[in-house]
Design a protein around this ligand. Structure first.
Ligand code: PMT
Length: 222
């Protein structure tokens, strides 16, 4: 039984990887399984929120009570998020979004040649930063997946992307983070931080959303 700490709130979440096509049969992507984002969606629904989950390609069942929108590429995910952002008061960017896409997707399968080849890549838009600079903006929580200097890089993302909160995710340990059942987070906001030690992603999701609910209640009283 989860206390309904998020009753009255509507949460828009991203989860999983995005996938950038190279040609009709090849793509660039990453190791995200979607488990952390889906755990957050389930926890948010259990805590009484209305939840919309925008998910990249994953092999997971939609949690009960969660509206799911499936996308493939970063551009698809951006469009799905921005179409819905105005009807939600909390945004959580848990997806491992591809930072680059190929400059031009080949229409036909690229043929092997006898020489090496190079792929030209172009920067993708930043979904989290786009949400955070939207007006009016939801309470915006980002993730920072780092293998080194985790706290420093996370604090930099908190400020640079103008977020309300960031969950720093040390992904240097293969037992935690990407495509694992467990995770650990350091949650950071302008005036404080809290460590959430390693545990299963469902427990961690409840703990993280507990902090979000508490911060939102404090901001409302300020
Ligand atoms: O899916 P799992 O296997 O359960 O793994 C969970 C996870 C490790 C993927 C998750 O906990 C996590 O850390 N997600 C963020 C992964 C990531 O790509 O982090 P980043 O530091 O590269 O990006 C920072 C933030 O900006 C993230 O909130 C990301 O969603 C967002 N972003 C990044 C690039 C981009 N173009 N648009 C974005 O919105």
């Amino acid at each position: 039984f989860a206390p309904k700490l998020l009753a009255g709130h509507s949460i828009l979440l991203t989860a999983g990887p995005t996938r950038e096509a190279i040609d009709p049969v090849r793509y660039i992507s990453n190791q995200s399984s979607g488990k952390m984002g889906f755990a957050l969606a389930k926890a948010a629904a259990d805590m009484g929120a209305e939840v919309t989950l925008v998910s990249g390609p994953v092999n997971l069942t939609t949690p009960v009570g969660v509206k799911r929108v499936d996308v493939i590429s970063t551009q698809d995910m951006l469009e799905a998020v921005m179409r819905r952002v105005d009807s939600h008061d909390i945004f959580i960017g848990c997806a491992a979004v591809a930072d680059y896409r190929v400059t031009e997707i080949a229409n036909e399968k690229i043929k092997k040649s006898s020489t090496d080849m190079q792929l030209a890549l172009v920067r993708n838009p930043d979904i989290l930063a786009t949400v955070a600079s939207h007006n009016p903006r939801p309470f915006t929580l980002g993730f920072a997946a780092e293998t080194q200097d985790v706290e420093r890089y996370a604090k930099d993302k908190l400020v640079r992307k103008k977020l309300d909160m960031i969950a720093a995710n040390d992904v240097s340990n293969p037992e935690l983070g990407f495509n694992a059942d467990n995770n650990a987070l350091k949650v950071i906001w302008a005036k404080g931080q809290e460590d959430l030690p390693a545990t299963d992603k469902q427990t961690l999701a409840i703990q993280l959303l507990g902090i979000v609910a508490e911060r939102i209640a404090i901001l409302k009283d300020d």
